[in-house]
Design a protein around this ligand. Structure first.
Ligand SMILES: Nc1ncnc2c1ncn2[C@@H]1O[C@H](COP(=O)(O)OP(=O)(O)OP(=O)(O)O)[C@@H](O)[C@H]1O
Length: 271
């Protein structure tokens, strides 16, 4: 089988700090593949090694297709106009500017603005548009929706989905399990320099077991409970509050993040 990306035994150190201790994974053509991990786990390092921006000490990286890379925030000169940045990138990539793409990403109306005048969300959109000049087969997104509000995240997620439906293979890094659940066909979780899980989010859920957090805000303050069966647990909590005549002001039920469960499991923490 031919893969879009094949990584074999990738190792990387910064001084004596071994950040990647032998990473192995493949990304299939047409996948949205997520790399997850806590701060400092090495997500950006992996992406930058694959993109060719970072040297690595050993291992192999094979890429099949042309690539587009979404820049990090504040990575362009502050006083360049958006139109100038777009022209610069299209010359550099020797590709025509795709006006329909700029329109779809909401970049058309920003062209007269200086880069420094853009909001975080507008910068993310511009960075995505720049990454897509030349129609890459494989798109790299490093924490694509950090700093965005809910509306900005949803709209960028929709654009990412559309790109994937049109055949672009996407590899993204994130700390946000909700984001990767919404977007990714498969995920890899990075932990202490190795991949401690690879598979679908459903496979991860069945591996760690589904748990929910119940938060009760009452006249006594906030109390949190963990539950596998929400209805049964909630019922018994409510009975207890009723018997003790305690006023409840608010109840919230969230699914505990799969990522946290998994990281806890792999560190041997009590669930
Ligand atoms: N240029 C560098 N020199 C020295 N150490 C570095 C360098 N870049 C990264 N590191 C270290 O390597 C580790 C992994 O960093 P990396 O940025 O790859 O993690 P990350 O998972 O992307 O983190 P985050 O989620 O915070 O962006 C961290 O401990 C970091 O301090």
């Amino acid at each position: 089988m031919s893969y879009a990306i094949e990584i074999t035994d990738l190792k990387k150190k910064y001084g004596n700090h071994e950040v990647l201790k032998g990473i192995n994974f493949c990304v299939e053509h047409g996948e949205v593949f997520g790399i997850l991990g806590i701060n400092g786990a090495g997500k950006t390092t992996i992406l930058e090694c694959i993109e060719g921006f970072r040297k690595y000490h050993s291992g192999n990286i094979k890429i099949s297709g042309n690539i587009g890379i979404q820049l990090q925030s504040a990575s362009l000169p502050a006083y360049m106009k958006v139109s100038e940045v777009i022209q610069l990138f299209s010359k550099w990539k020797r590709a025509e500017i795709d006006n329909s793409l700029l329109m779809a990403l909401g970049v058309t109306d920003l062209q007269k603005k200086l880069y420094t005048e853009l909001s975080a969300g507008q910068k993310r959109r511009l960075h995505l548009a720049l990454a897509l000049i030349g129609k890459p087969d494989i798109l790299f997104l490093d924490e694509p929706t950090t700093e965005l509000d809910v509306e900005g995240r949803i709209s960028l997620h929709n654009e990412i989905r559309k790109l994937n439906q049109n055949g672009t293979t996407i590899i993204l890094s994130s700390h946000d399990m909700a984001e990767v659940e919404a977007l990714c066909t498969r995920i890899a979780i990075l932990n202490n320099g190795v991949i401690s899980f690879i598979g679908t989010t459903d496979e991860l859920a069945s591996k760690v077991g589904k748990k929910y957090n119940i938060k009760i805000v009452s006249e006594l303050g906030e109390n949190e409970y963990s539950a596998v069966n929400v209805a049964d647990t909630l019922l018994s909590i409510l009975e207890e509050y009723k018997q003790k005549n305690i006023d409840i002001f608010d109840i919230k039920v969230n699914r505990g993040t799969l990522e946290q469960h998994f990281i806890n499991l792999s560190r041997g923490c009590k669930q």
